[in-house]
Design a protein around this ligand. Structure first.
Ligand code: NAP
Length: 437
Protein backbone atom coordinates (compact mmCIF):
# COMPACT_ATOMS: atom_id res chain seq x y z
CA UNK A 1 0.00 0.00 0.00
CA UNK A 2 1.38 3.41 -0.99
CA UNK A 3 1.23 6.96 0.38
CA UNK A 4 -1.40 8.09 2.79
CA UNK A 5 -4.37 6.23 1.35
CA UNK A 6 -7.16 5.17 3.64
CA UNK A 7 -5.58 1.72 4.12
CA UNK A 8 -2.29 3.15 5.44
CA UNK A 9 -1.95 2.95 9.20
CA UNK A 10 0.08 5.95 10.29
CA UNK A 11 1.98 5.56 13.55
CA UNK A 12 4.16 8.14 15.28
CA UNK A 13 6.71 6.81 17.76
CA UNK A 14 8.14 9.44 20.09
CA UNK A 15 11.69 8.51 21.04
CA UNK A 16 14.34 6.95 18.78
CA UNK A 17 15.86 4.61 21.37
CA UNK A 18 15.79 0.80 21.49
CA UNK A 19 12.12 0.62 22.56
CA UNK A 20 11.06 2.90 19.71
CA UNK A 21 13.06 1.01 17.09
CA UNK A 22 11.93 -2.46 18.20
CA UNK A 23 8.32 -1.27 18.06
CA UNK A 24 8.86 0.20 14.58
CA UNK A 25 10.47 -3.06 13.45
CA UNK A 26 7.60 -5.17 14.76
CA UNK A 27 4.94 -2.87 13.28
CA UNK A 28 6.45 -2.63 9.82
CA UNK A 29 7.52 -6.24 9.40
CA UNK A 30 4.08 -7.43 10.38
CA UNK A 31 2.29 -5.18 7.90
CA UNK A 32 3.68 -3.13 5.01
CA UNK A 33 0.64 -0.87 5.13
CA UNK A 34 1.96 0.61 8.37
CA UNK A 35 3.95 3.81 8.05
CA UNK A 36 6.03 4.75 11.05
CA UNK A 37 7.65 8.08 11.83
CA UNK A 38 10.17 7.83 14.67
CA UNK A 39 10.36 11.31 16.15
CA UNK A 40 13.16 12.44 18.46
CA UNK A 41 13.97 15.80 20.00
CA UNK A 42 17.68 15.19 19.30
CA UNK A 43 19.16 15.25 15.80
CA UNK A 44 20.66 11.80 16.49
CA UNK A 45 18.89 8.42 16.65
CA UNK A 46 19.38 5.42 18.98
CA UNK A 47 18.68 7.03 22.39
CA UNK A 48 20.40 5.17 25.21
CA UNK A 49 22.61 3.21 22.79
CA UNK A 50 24.33 6.49 22.02
CA UNK A 51 23.95 8.40 25.29
CA UNK A 52 23.49 5.74 27.98
CA UNK A 53 25.50 2.62 27.17
CA UNK A 54 29.02 3.12 28.52
CA UNK A 55 31.53 4.51 25.98
CA UNK A 56 33.87 1.53 26.55
CA UNK A 57 31.08 -0.99 25.84
CA UNK A 58 31.23 -0.65 22.07
CA UNK A 59 30.08 -4.20 21.33
CA UNK A 60 26.72 -3.45 22.99
CA UNK A 61 26.36 -0.43 20.71
CA UNK A 62 26.54 -2.69 17.64
CA UNK A 63 22.82 -3.33 18.05
CA UNK A 64 22.25 0.04 16.39
CA UNK A 65 22.96 -1.71 13.05
CA UNK A 66 19.69 -3.53 13.52
CA UNK A 67 17.86 -0.24 14.12
CA UNK A 68 19.55 1.17 11.05
CA UNK A 69 18.21 -1.73 8.99
CA UNK A 70 14.72 -0.89 10.28
CA UNK A 71 15.24 2.71 9.26
CA UNK A 72 16.19 1.61 5.74
CA UNK A 73 12.66 0.29 5.18
CA UNK A 74 10.62 2.57 2.93
CA UNK A 75 7.81 2.69 5.48
CA UNK A 76 10.00 3.90 8.37
CA UNK A 77 11.30 7.44 8.74
CA UNK A 78 13.47 9.12 11.38
CA UNK A 79 12.39 12.66 12.20
CA UNK A 80 15.12 14.16 14.38
CA UNK A 81 15.31 17.57 16.05
CA UNK A 82 11.53 17.70 16.53
CA UNK A 83 10.52 18.13 20.13
CA UNK A 84 7.15 17.11 21.56
CA UNK A 85 5.84 20.09 23.50
CA UNK A 86 8.25 22.62 21.94
CA UNK A 87 7.60 22.05 18.21
CA UNK A 88 4.42 20.02 18.14
CA UNK A 89 1.80 18.94 20.66
CA UNK A 90 0.56 15.47 21.51
CA UNK A 91 -2.94 16.55 20.46
CA UNK A 92 -1.63 17.56 17.01
CA UNK A 93 0.14 14.23 16.60
CA UNK A 94 -3.07 12.51 17.66
CA UNK A 95 -4.89 14.05 14.69
CA UNK A 96 -2.07 13.43 12.18
CA UNK A 97 -1.54 9.76 13.07
CA UNK A 98 -3.78 6.77 13.76
CA UNK A 99 -1.69 5.85 16.80
CA UNK A 100 1.00 7.55 18.86
CA UNK A 101 3.53 5.51 20.87
CA UNK A 102 5.50 7.12 23.70
CA UNK A 103 8.99 5.56 23.75
CA UNK A 104 10.47 8.43 25.70
CA UNK A 105 12.54 6.36 28.14
CA UNK A 106 13.27 7.53 31.67
CA UNK A 107 15.50 10.57 31.58
CA UNK A 108 14.98 11.95 35.09
CA UNK A 109 16.94 10.75 38.10
CA UNK A 110 15.01 9.20 40.94
CA UNK A 111 15.61 11.52 43.93
CA UNK A 112 17.52 10.33 47.00
CA UNK A 113 15.09 12.19 49.22
CA UNK A 114 17.72 13.18 51.80
CA UNK A 115 19.04 16.45 53.21
CA UNK A 116 21.78 18.10 51.15
CA UNK A 117 21.10 16.29 47.87
CA UNK A 118 20.90 19.63 46.01
CA UNK A 119 24.41 20.69 47.08
CA UNK A 120 26.94 21.36 44.30
CA UNK A 121 28.99 18.20 43.86
CA UNK A 122 25.95 15.89 43.91
CA UNK A 123 25.35 14.86 40.30
CA UNK A 124 22.77 12.22 39.40
CA UNK A 125 23.68 9.43 37.02
CA UNK A 126 21.43 10.91 34.30
CA UNK A 127 23.49 14.09 33.86
CA UNK A 128 26.80 12.41 34.76
CA UNK A 129 26.46 9.57 32.23
CA UNK A 130 25.00 12.02 29.68
CA UNK A 131 28.04 14.28 30.16
CA UNK A 132 30.66 11.62 29.46
CA UNK A 133 28.52 10.28 26.60
CA UNK A 134 28.19 13.66 24.79
CA UNK A 135 24.46 14.13 25.41
CA UNK A 136 23.73 17.72 24.27
CA UNK A 137 21.79 18.50 27.49
CA UNK A 138 24.85 17.86 29.67
CA UNK A 139 27.84 18.88 27.55
CA UNK A 140 28.48 21.88 29.84
CA UNK A 141 28.10 20.00 33.14
CA UNK A 142 31.80 20.42 33.93
CA UNK A 143 31.91 18.40 37.18
CA UNK A 144 34.77 19.14 39.55
CA UNK A 145 36.90 15.98 39.53
CA UNK A 146 39.76 17.57 41.47
CA UNK A 147 38.53 15.69 44.51
CA UNK A 148 40.25 12.78 46.24
CA UNK A 149 37.20 10.72 47.10
CA UNK A 150 33.92 9.91 45.33
CA UNK A 151 30.73 8.12 46.40
CA UNK A 152 28.73 6.28 43.76
CA UNK A 153 25.39 5.33 45.31
CA UNK A 154 23.60 2.16 44.19
CA UNK A 155 24.43 -1.45 43.39
CA UNK A 156 23.18 -1.62 39.81
CA UNK A 157 25.01 -1.68 36.48
CA UNK A 158 24.82 2.10 36.14
CA UNK A 159 26.81 2.51 39.38
CA UNK A 160 29.37 0.01 38.05
CA UNK A 161 29.56 1.88 34.71
CA UNK A 162 30.15 5.24 36.41
CA UNK A 163 32.83 3.85 38.74
CA UNK A 164 34.61 2.07 35.88
CA UNK A 165 34.61 5.10 33.56
CA UNK A 166 36.06 7.20 36.39
CA UNK A 167 38.70 4.56 37.14
CA UNK A 168 39.92 3.61 33.67
CA UNK A 169 43.07 5.20 32.26
CA UNK A 170 43.24 7.11 28.96
CA UNK A 171 44.90 4.03 27.42
CA UNK A 172 42.08 1.76 28.62
CA UNK A 173 39.54 4.16 27.09
CA UNK A 174 41.40 4.61 23.80
CA UNK A 175 38.96 2.43 21.83
CA UNK A 176 35.90 4.11 23.34
CA UNK A 177 33.80 7.07 22.26
CA UNK A 178 34.19 8.92 25.56
CA UNK A 179 33.35 12.61 25.05
CA UNK A 180 36.51 14.67 24.56
CA UNK A 181 35.18 17.29 27.01
CA UNK A 182 35.00 14.49 29.64
CA UNK A 183 38.26 12.68 28.82
CA UNK A 184 40.48 15.57 29.94
CA UNK A 185 38.94 16.05 33.43
CA UNK A 186 38.52 12.31 34.03
CA UNK A 187 42.07 11.37 33.11
CA UNK A 188 43.53 14.38 34.90
CA UNK A 189 41.37 13.91 38.00
CA UNK A 190 42.63 13.83 41.58
CA UNK A 191 40.38 10.87 42.45
CA UNK A 192 42.12 8.21 44.56
CA UNK A 193 39.16 6.53 46.28
CA UNK A 194 35.88 5.53 44.64
CA UNK A 195 33.18 4.06 46.89
CA UNK A 196 30.26 2.07 45.49
CA UNK A 197 27.61 2.06 48.20
CA UNK A 198 24.94 -0.64 48.47
CA UNK A 199 22.13 -0.21 50.95
CA UNK A 200 21.65 -3.98 51.04
CA UNK A 201 24.13 -6.86 50.79
CA UNK A 202 26.09 -8.55 48.00
CA UNK A 203 23.34 -11.10 47.43
CA UNK A 204 20.77 -8.36 46.80
CA UNK A 205 22.94 -6.35 44.40
CA UNK A 206 21.53 -5.96 40.89
CA UNK A 207 24.83 -5.58 39.00
CA UNK A 208 25.67 -8.45 36.66
CA UNK A 209 28.81 -10.65 36.73
CA UNK A 210 30.29 -9.39 33.46
CA UNK A 211 30.06 -5.77 34.63
CA UNK A 212 31.26 -6.57 38.17
CA UNK A 213 34.17 -8.63 36.83
CA UNK A 214 35.40 -5.68 34.76
CA UNK A 215 36.05 -3.81 38.02
CA UNK A 216 38.63 -6.42 39.01
CA UNK A 217 40.82 -6.09 35.93
CA UNK A 218 41.45 -2.35 35.83
CA UNK A 219 45.02 -1.20 35.09
CA UNK A 220 45.27 1.55 37.68
CA UNK A 221 42.56 0.75 40.20
CA UNK A 222 42.15 -2.07 42.70
CA UNK A 223 38.69 -3.28 43.74
CA UNK A 224 38.37 -3.88 47.48
CA UNK A 225 35.73 -5.76 49.45
CA UNK A 226 35.65 -6.26 53.21
CA UNK A 227 35.52 -10.08 53.59
CA UNK A 228 33.41 -9.61 56.72
CA UNK A 229 30.61 -8.25 54.49
CA UNK A 230 30.45 -11.46 52.45
CA UNK A 231 28.27 -14.36 53.59
CA UNK A 232 29.82 -17.55 54.93
CA UNK A 233 31.50 -19.50 52.12
CA UNK A 234 29.32 -22.53 52.84
CA UNK A 235 26.43 -20.55 51.30
CA UNK A 236 28.12 -20.39 47.89
CA UNK A 237 27.08 -23.98 47.11
CA UNK A 238 23.44 -23.02 47.40
CA UNK A 239 23.77 -20.08 44.98
CA UNK A 240 23.19 -20.23 41.24
CA UNK A 241 23.32 -17.99 38.17
CA UNK A 242 24.42 -14.39 38.54
CA UNK A 243 24.51 -14.47 42.35
CA UNK A 244 26.99 -17.36 42.32
CA UNK A 245 29.23 -15.67 39.73
CA UNK A 246 29.06 -12.32 41.55
CA UNK A 247 30.04 -14.01 44.81
CA UNK A 248 33.12 -15.63 43.22
CA UNK A 249 34.21 -12.22 41.88
CA UNK A 250 33.60 -10.50 45.23
CA UNK A 251 35.61 -13.19 47.04
CA UNK A 252 38.50 -12.61 44.62
CA UNK A 253 38.25 -8.86 45.24
CA UNK A 254 38.33 -9.48 48.99
CA UNK A 255 41.86 -10.86 48.58
CA UNK A 256 43.16 -7.65 46.94
CA UNK A 257 45.31 -5.20 48.93
CA UNK A 258 44.73 -1.42 49.04
CA UNK A 259 48.32 -0.77 47.98
CA UNK A 260 48.12 -2.97 44.88
CA UNK A 261 47.30 -0.04 42.54
CA UNK A 262 47.26 3.77 42.84
CA UNK A 263 43.45 4.13 42.87
CA UNK A 264 41.13 2.19 45.19
CA UNK A 265 37.56 1.14 44.44
CA UNK A 266 35.73 0.21 47.64
CA UNK A 267 32.58 -1.90 47.31
CA UNK A 268 30.78 -1.11 50.56
CA UNK A 269 27.59 -2.97 51.43
CA UNK A 270 24.96 -2.47 54.16
CA UNK A 271 25.13 1.35 54.21
CA UNK A 272 22.43 3.82 53.28
CA UNK A 273 22.89 7.55 52.77
CA UNK A 274 21.17 9.66 55.44
CA UNK A 275 22.44 13.15 54.51
CA UNK A 276 24.82 14.87 52.14
CA UNK A 277 27.13 17.05 54.20
CA UNK A 278 28.66 20.40 53.23
CA UNK A 279 28.15 24.16 53.24
CA UNK A 280 29.05 25.51 49.81
CA UNK A 281 29.51 22.08 48.24
CA UNK A 282 29.56 18.45 49.26
CA UNK A 283 32.29 17.38 51.67
CA UNK A 284 30.86 14.11 52.97
CA UNK A 285 28.02 11.64 53.27
CA UNK A 286 26.41 10.54 56.51
CA UNK A 287 25.72 6.83 56.21
CA UNK A 288 23.68 4.53 58.37
CA UNK A 289 24.73 0.93 58.70
CA UNK A 290 21.98 -1.48 57.72
CA UNK A 291 21.08 -5.13 57.81
CA UNK A 292 18.79 -7.13 55.53
CA UNK A 293 15.62 -8.66 56.95
CA UNK A 294 13.42 -10.72 54.63
CA UNK A 295 15.15 -9.02 51.72
CA UNK A 296 14.42 -5.51 53.03
CA UNK A 297 16.97 -2.89 54.10
CA UNK A 298 16.64 -2.08 57.82
CA UNK A 299 18.59 0.70 59.56
CA UNK A 300 20.66 -0.15 62.63
CA UNK A 301 20.87 3.41 63.99
CA UNK A 302 24.65 3.29 63.80
CA UNK A 303 26.06 6.03 61.57
CA UNK A 304 29.41 7.02 60.07
CA UNK A 305 30.68 9.89 57.93
CA UNK A 306 32.37 9.17 54.61
CA UNK A 307 34.44 12.15 53.43
CA UNK A 308 33.80 12.65 49.69
CA UNK A 309 33.99 15.59 47.28
CA UNK A 310 31.63 14.16 44.66
CA UNK A 311 28.46 12.10 45.02
CA UNK A 312 26.89 10.33 42.03
CA UNK A 313 23.56 8.72 42.93
CA UNK A 314 22.85 5.85 40.50
CA UNK A 315 19.57 4.76 42.01
CA UNK A 316 17.27 4.48 39.03
CA UNK A 317 15.28 6.78 36.78
CA UNK A 318 11.83 8.16 36.13
CA UNK A 319 10.03 8.93 32.89
CA UNK A 320 9.52 12.65 32.29
CA UNK A 321 5.80 13.41 32.62
CA UNK A 322 3.88 14.73 29.59
CA UNK A 323 0.87 17.03 29.97
CA UNK A 324 -2.46 15.15 29.84
CA UNK A 325 -0.83 11.73 30.01
CA UNK A 326 -1.65 9.82 33.22
CA UNK A 327 1.46 9.11 35.30
CA UNK A 328 2.26 6.33 37.75
CA UNK A 329 4.19 8.02 40.58
CA UNK A 330 5.14 4.71 42.17
CA UNK A 331 6.91 3.25 39.15
CA UNK A 332 7.88 6.56 37.53
CA UNK A 333 6.32 5.69 34.17
CA UNK A 334 3.07 6.31 32.29
CA UNK A 335 -0.08 4.72 33.62
CA UNK A 336 -0.87 1.95 31.14
CA UNK A 337 -2.40 -1.44 30.70
CA UNK A 338 -0.17 -3.72 28.61
CA UNK A 339 1.23 -0.65 26.84
CA UNK A 340 -2.10 1.06 26.20
CA UNK A 341 -2.60 4.44 27.82
CA UNK A 342 -5.90 5.29 26.11
CA UNK A 343 -7.46 4.88 22.68
CA UNK A 344 -4.78 5.69 20.10
CA UNK A 345 -2.05 6.36 22.68
CA UNK A 346 0.47 3.69 23.72
CA UNK A 347 3.82 3.45 25.50
CA UNK A 348 6.79 1.07 25.34
CA UNK A 349 10.11 0.44 27.07
CA UNK A 350 11.02 2.30 30.25
CA UNK A 351 8.10 4.71 29.66
CA UNK A 352 5.84 1.65 29.97
CA UNK A 353 7.44 -0.55 32.63
CA UNK A 354 9.93 1.68 34.46
CA UNK A 355 13.75 1.59 34.24
CA UNK A 356 14.53 -2.12 34.28
CA UNK A 357 15.92 -4.83 32.05
CA UNK A 358 18.52 -4.94 29.31
CA UNK A 359 18.33 -3.47 25.82
CA UNK A 360 17.01 -6.82 24.58
CA UNK A 361 14.07 -6.63 27.01
CA UNK A 362 12.64 -3.93 24.76
CA UNK A 363 12.23 -6.34 21.85
CA UNK A 364 9.36 -8.43 23.26
CA UNK A 365 8.03 -5.27 24.85
CA UNK A 366 7.90 -3.52 21.46
CA UNK A 367 6.36 -6.58 19.78
CA UNK A 368 3.63 -6.77 22.39
CA UNK A 369 2.63 -3.15 21.87
CA UNK A 370 2.93 -3.43 18.07
CA UNK A 371 0.61 -6.48 18.08
CA UNK A 372 -1.84 -4.55 20.19
CA UNK A 373 -1.84 -1.56 17.86
CA UNK A 374 -2.34 -3.78 14.81
CA UNK A 375 -5.23 -5.57 16.52
CA UNK A 376 -6.94 -2.43 17.88
CA UNK A 377 -6.38 0.38 15.41
CA UNK A 378 -7.83 0.69 11.92
CA UNK A 379 -6.63 3.31 9.38
CA UNK A 380 -8.76 6.45 9.62
CA UNK A 381 -7.37 8.24 6.57
CA UNK A 382 -5.02 10.36 8.68
CA UNK A 383 -2.40 12.50 6.92
CA UNK A 384 0.59 10.93 8.65
CA UNK A 385 4.00 12.08 7.47
CA UNK A 386 2.54 14.38 4.76
CA UNK A 387 0.66 16.26 7.49
CA UNK A 388 3.76 16.41 9.65
CA UNK A 389 5.73 17.86 6.75
CA UNK A 390 3.10 20.61 6.35
CA UNK A 391 3.51 21.59 10.01
CA UNK A 392 7.31 21.44 9.75
CA UNK A 393 7.21 23.76 6.72
CA UNK A 394 4.65 26.15 8.28
CA UNK A 395 6.69 26.49 11.48
CA UNK A 396 10.07 26.69 9.76
CA UNK A 397 11.41 23.73 11.74
CA UNK A 398 14.76 22.16 10.90
CA UNK A 399 14.15 18.46 11.09
CA UNK A 400 16.95 15.94 10.63
CA UNK A 401 16.31 12.89 8.44
CA UNK A 402 18.12 9.56 8.62
CA UNK A 403 20.20 10.57 5.57
CA UNK A 404 21.11 13.79 7.41
CA UNK A 405 22.12 11.74 10.45
CA UNK A 406 24.41 9.63 8.27
CA UNK A 407 26.23 12.87 7.36
CA UNK A 408 26.63 13.70 11.04
CA UNK A 409 27.82 10.17 11.73
CA UNK A 410 30.38 10.29 8.89
CA UNK A 411 31.76 13.56 10.30
CA UNK A 412 31.99 11.99 13.78
CA UNK A 413 33.87 9.00 12.41
CA UNK A 414 36.21 11.29 10.46
CA UNK A 415 36.91 13.33 13.61
CA UNK A 416 37.96 10.28 15.66
CA UNK A 417 41.60 9.69 16.45
CA UNK A 418 43.50 6.44 17.08
CA UNK A 419 41.32 3.40 17.76
CA UNK A 420 38.30 5.52 18.83
CA UNK A 421 35.26 4.64 16.68
CA UNK A 422 33.96 8.22 16.56
CA UNK A 423 34.26 11.61 18.21
CA UNK A 424 30.67 12.45 19.07
CA UNK A 425 29.33 15.96 18.59
CA UNK A 426 27.36 17.33 21.50
CA UNK A 427 26.12 20.61 20.10
CA UNK A 428 22.66 20.47 18.49
CA UNK A 429 23.13 23.61 16.35
CA UNK A 430 26.43 22.28 15.03
CA UNK A 431 24.83 18.93 14.16
CA UNK A 432 21.88 20.61 12.42
CA UNK A 433 24.30 22.78 10.42
CA UNK A 434 26.21 19.67 9.40
CA UNK A 435 22.99 17.91 8.45
CA UNK A 436 21.95 20.83 6.25
CA UNK A 437 25.37 21.27 4.66
P1 NAP B 1 19.06 -0.80 39.22
O1 NAP B 1 19.67 -2.01 38.65
O2 NAP B 1 17.61 -0.81 39.56
O3 NAP B 1 19.90 -0.40 40.52
C1 NAP B 1 19.54 0.67 41.33
C2 NAP B 1 20.30 0.56 42.63
O4 NAP B 1 20.02 1.72 43.40
C3 NAP B 1 19.90 -0.63 43.48
O5 NAP B 1 21.07 -1.19 44.06
C4 NAP B 1 19.01 0.00 44.56
O6 NAP B 1 19.04 -0.67 45.78
C5 NAP B 1 19.70 1.33 44.73
N1 NAP B 1 18.84 2.34 45.32
C6 NAP B 1 17.60 2.72 44.95
N2 NAP B 1 17.15 3.71 45.74
C7 NAP B 1 18.12 3.95 46.65
C8 NAP B 1 18.27 4.85 47.72
N3 NAP B 1 17.29 5.72 48.02
N4 NAP B 1 19.40 4.82 48.44
C9 NAP B 1 20.39 3.96 48.15
N5 NAP B 1 20.32 3.07 47.14
C10 NAP B 1 19.20 3.08 46.39
O7 NAP B 1 19.20 0.47 38.25
P2 NAP B 1 20.36 1.03 37.33
O8 NAP B 1 21.71 0.64 37.80
O9 NAP B 1 20.00 2.46 37.19
O10 NAP B 1 20.09 0.29 35.95
C11 NAP B 1 18.86 0.47 35.24
C12 NAP B 1 18.68 -0.67 34.26
O11 NAP B 1 19.63 -0.54 33.20
C13 NAP B 1 18.91 -2.02 34.89
O12 NAP B 1 18.01 -2.94 34.38
C14 NAP B 1 20.33 -2.34 34.48
O13 NAP B 1 20.63 -3.71 34.46
C15 NAP B 1 20.37 -1.73 33.09
N6 NAP B 1 21.76 -1.45 32.70
C16 NAP B 1 22.45 -2.44 32.10
C17 NAP B 1 23.77 -2.25 31.77
C18 NAP B 1 24.53 -3.37 31.12
O14 NAP B 1 23.93 -4.39 30.81
N7 NAP B 1 25.84 -3.23 30.92
C19 NAP B 1 24.41 -1.03 32.05
C20 NAP B 1 23.67 -0.04 32.69
C21 NAP B 1 22.34 -0.25 33.01
P3 NAP B 1 17.89 -1.75 46.15
O15 NAP B 1 18.16 -2.92 45.30
O16 NAP B 1 18.09 -1.96 47.59
O17 NAP B 1 16.57 -1.08 45.80
Amino acid sequence: MQGNGSSTLNVAIIGAGPAGYYTAEALTTADECVHVDIIDRLPTPFGLIRAGVAPDHQSIKNVSRRYEATNCRSNVRFVGNLSLGRDITLAELGTLYDAVVLATGAAKDRPLGIEGEDLPGVIGSGPFVGWYNSHPDYKDLNPDLQVASVAVIGNGNVAVDVARVLAKTAEEMAGSDLASHAARPIHGSAIRDIHILGRRGPLEASFTPKELGELNILDNCVALVDPAQLPDESLDETLSGAAKKNMAILRAMAKNKPGDKPVRLHLMFYVRPMAVLGEERVCGLRLEKTRVEDGACVGTGETEVLPVGLVVPCIGYRTSPIADVPYNQRYGCFENEGGKIRDGLYCVGWAKRGPSGTIGTNKPDGSEVADRILAEIRPKGTKGRAGLEEIVAERGLHIVTFQDWKKIEAAEVAAASGPAPRQKFADVAEMVRLAES
